[in-house]
Design a protein around this ligand. Structure first.
Ligand SMILES: N[C@@H](CCC(=O)N[C@@H](CS)C(=O)NCC(=O)O)C(=O)O
Length: 233
């Protein structure tokens, strides 16, 4: 049975998993989850992922969420010798570190500023902007300190995908990050060197830009973080 990936077409974590599967040439069935229709908010979906988040991988009934865990599992299970997730403990530790950095800080800070205002009608604030700046400064420092062509090594690893897709959401809102020269060059080299992987992100970016101009009406989703939803005290 082929792997199934439940993914949302413009969601950075989903894009990263699709890029890894494509790069590794692992066959999979892509199942589009319609965020706007709340397809991830159903009890059936919660059986697969109690966090009700997208993506979810289904490997013959083994359900895995959290895109970092999915990236690691795909490599370990399907391409254990691939450089995408090195076996050497120190190299692997740097990859893991950058995945954690993206999850805890980089994507967290950036998406709150780029994506939440588009999909949930929140205002962009000075605090949000400061957090974006903070995330960019740290990432720039990591790239400088390591001095490699990619985020964790001199070749592509699974850590490049999530950091790339977080950065893509900055481009989507025309946020100019060119003064972070390491990030800027790494980001543009990724586009140039991996055009098929960039296409996956680029199509998503076009969608995000469309929604920025034409805000989706998610008010009837009863979504837990939608501003119109009452906070349960
Ligand atoms: N930490 C999760 C985050 C996944 C995530 O936030 N996905 C978004 C779509 S891009 C989502 O499903 N959000 C749920 C919601 O907003 O209802 C991962 O890396 O897989």
């Amino acid at each position: 049975m082929v792997l199934k990936l439940y993914a949302v077409s413009d969601g950075p974590p989903s894009l990263s998993v699709r890029q890894a599967l494509k790069y590794l040439d692992v066959p999979f069935e892509l199942i589009n989850v319609d965020y706007g229709r709340g397809e991830h908010m159903t009890p059936e979906y919660a059986q697969m992922n109690p966090q009700k988040e997208i993506p979810v991988l289904d490997d013959e009934g083994f359900f895995l969420s959290e895109s970092n865990a999915i990236l690691q599992y795909i490599c370990d299970s399907y391409k254990p010798t691939s450089d995408l997730y090195p076996q050497d403990p120190k190299l692997r530790a740097i990859v893991n570190h950058r995945l954690c950095f993206n999850l805890s800080t980089y994507y967290a800070n950036i998406s709150a500023y780029t994506m939440a205002p588009i999909f949930f009608d929140y205002k962009r604030t000075d605090l949000g902007l400061k957090k974006v700046t903070m995330a960019l400064e740290v990432f720039e420092t990591y790239l400088k300190k390591l001095g490699t062509s990619h985020v964790a090594s001199n070749h592509l690893t699974i850590a490049d995908f999530p950091l790339f897709n977080s950065t893509m959401t900055l481009e989507a809102i025309n946020y100019d990050f060119s003064k972070y020269t390491k990030i800027y060059n790494w980001y543009n080299n990724f586009k140039k060197n991996y055009p098929e992987l960039w296409k996956i992100s680029k199509d998503a970016m076009t969608e995000i830009q469309y929604f920025a101009e034409n805000p989706p009406d998610l008010s009837n989703l009863n979504h837990p973080i939608h501003p119109i939803r009452k906070i349960n005290k």
